[in-house]
Design a protein around this ligand. Structure first.
Ligand code: PMP
Length: 470
């Protein structure tokens, strides 16, 4: 490791942890709990691995936070940031100004976004995160309907267990009860329907195809309940990520498309996780064949090397904003940040050069699917599904009946603990264990990851047996 890193590693982990709990309030964290345990200090990373301050090497099967698509240690991205900082570190895009990397990135993204059903995405609005981008969506959707003389169309429909960010609008759009409970959320005019989670919400004996159509029907029922002339948009993740990698049945998205078309409401595809190769496509709506009007992105656009997010604005909305005009009173200091855009351009070039999206679609994605499906034979696993480079499995008490463990047991957290001990980062969402590995992963590294997953499942099984839970 370089000298700087060596210095970090030579520091006393305990001393860093003490300063951490004295001064640093972490996101989504029980601060008292963290202070008593001490945070794991991550000091460096390369390819698909991260190292902590004790020198432990850990396989990062979550790509950081679903974002390091190109893997760690990519010199091209550091060089792009350095060059751009030396040329023009910052300038805003307000007041009739622009900058070259922002223009180039918007052009590049427009060329990467597939046209479906004659609709194209020629315009991009930039932000610095997924949450901000969804705030932009709320503002833009309302502006759109105002300009069309239908200001009463304010209601945005989302889904339970969705994740759309942590700002006031993002958390409101999301369907996380724990987030709504802290802060009087959702804000007005945002409402939710049930998620298309077959394992939890299907009726006994119902086929996946029938369930998919029925789950989409909840949108139509909600539109009719609210009043079709009051509904502005429906927002959804192609595959729910933070909710636990919930992959909808194939019949779900076509029926959603039929419904939004029938009632003329806007469709927002939140692809903060799913775009940029995660599902084997540059944009995930292509995989499922639907036609969104707005697409939220962030994370993978820069492989997480620097914050950048945005909204791909489809023709339907762009035309109204541009032609009906007037000032859109919305934007961020860092909209179109030149350094972030330069890093994104370098990242997209690198991904194209290494064919990372095609590899996930045709090679490593199918290989991961085959290997991950083998987990269904494990005594603890009730279901194991993959979609491109996201995968999730559910830990069950009884494979025959799919009976779950008592939630108080925290079986997912027990498993996650074994992952950490064995040098694997896997995320627990209740008793679902999920992964979203870097797209650079090779077949051999998939094998290495699968061996670790099996070892952690076995250790969890041992724990449950010795505790008399099985
Ligand atoms: N939307 C989705 C689908 C996400 O997964 C996330 C983050 N996990 C966000 C929005 C929010 O992004 P950020 O944390 O960059 O604000």
């Amino acid at each position: 490791p370089p000298a700087l890193v060596r210095r970090a590693e030579q520091q006393d982990t305990k001393a860093i942890q003490a300063l951490d709990s004295a001064h640093y309030l972490h996101p989504f964290t029980d601060h008292a709990g963290l202070a008593s345990r001490g945070a794991r200090v991550i000091t460096r990373a390369d390819n698909i691995y991260v190292w902590d301050s004790e020198g432990a090497k850990i396989l990062d099967a979550m790509s950081g936070l679903w974002c390091v698509n190109a893997g760690y240690g990519r010199k091209e991205l550091a060089d792009a940031a350095y060059q751009q900082m030396m040329t023009l570190p910052f300038y805003n895009s307000f007041f009739n100004t622009t900058n070259v990397p922002a223009v180039q990135l918007a052009t590049k993204l427009a060329s990467l976004a597939p046209k479906v059903g004659g609709r194209s995405f020629e315009h991009v609005f930039f932000s610095s995160s997924g949450s901000e981008s969804n705030d932009t969506n709320v503002r833009m959707v309302r502006r759109y309907w105002d300009l069309l003389g239908q200001p009463q169309r304010k209601v945005i429909i989302s889904r339970n267990n969705a994740y759309h960010g942590s700002t006031m609008a993002g958390a409101s759009l999301g369907g996380m009860g724990g987030m709504h409970a802290q802060g009087d959320l959702p804000i007005p005019n945002i409402t939710h329907i049930e998620q298309p989670y077959f394992f939890e919400n299907a009726r006994p004996g119902e086929s996946e195809a029938d369930f998919g159509r029925r789950a989409a029907g909840w949108l139509e029922a909600k539109i009719l309940e609210v009043g079709a002339d009051k509904v502005a948009a429906f927002i959804a993740e192609p595959v729910q990520g933070a909710g636990g990698v919930i992959i909808p049945p194939e019949t779900y998205w076509p029926e959603i498309q039929r419904i939004v078309d029938q009632y003329g409401i806007l469709l927002i595809s939140d692809e903060v996780i799913c775009a940029f190769g995660r599902l084997g496509h540059w944009f995930a709506y292509e995989k499922f064949g639907y036609r969104p009007d707005l697409v939220t992105f962030a994370k993978g656009v820069t492989s997480g090397y620097i914050p950048l997010g945005g909204v791909m604005v489809g023709d339907r909305v762009a035309r109204v904003l541009i032609e009906k005009g007037g000032e859109f009173n919305h934007g961020y200091t860092y909209s179109g940040h030149p350094v972030a855009c330069a890093v994104a351009l370098a990242n997209l070039e690198l991904m194209e050069r290494e064919n990372l999206v095609g590899r996930v679609k045709d090679d490593t994605g199918p290989y991961l699917a085959r290997r991950f499906a083998e987990l269904k034979d494990h005594p603890l696993v009730g279901g194991a599904e993959t979609c491109g480079f996201v995968a999730g499995l559910v830990l069950v008490k009884n494979k025959a009946t799919n009976a779950m463990f008592d939630a108080d047991l925290g079986v997912g957290m027990i498993c996650r603990g074994h992952c950490f001990k064995n040098g694997l980062i896997m995320r627990a969402v209740g008793d679902r264990m999920i992964i979203a590995p870097p797209l650079v992963m090779t077949h051999a590294q998939i094998d290495e990851m699968m061996a670790l997953i099996v070892r952690c499942l076995d250790a969890t099984l041992d724990d449950l047996r010795s505790a008399g839970e099985l």
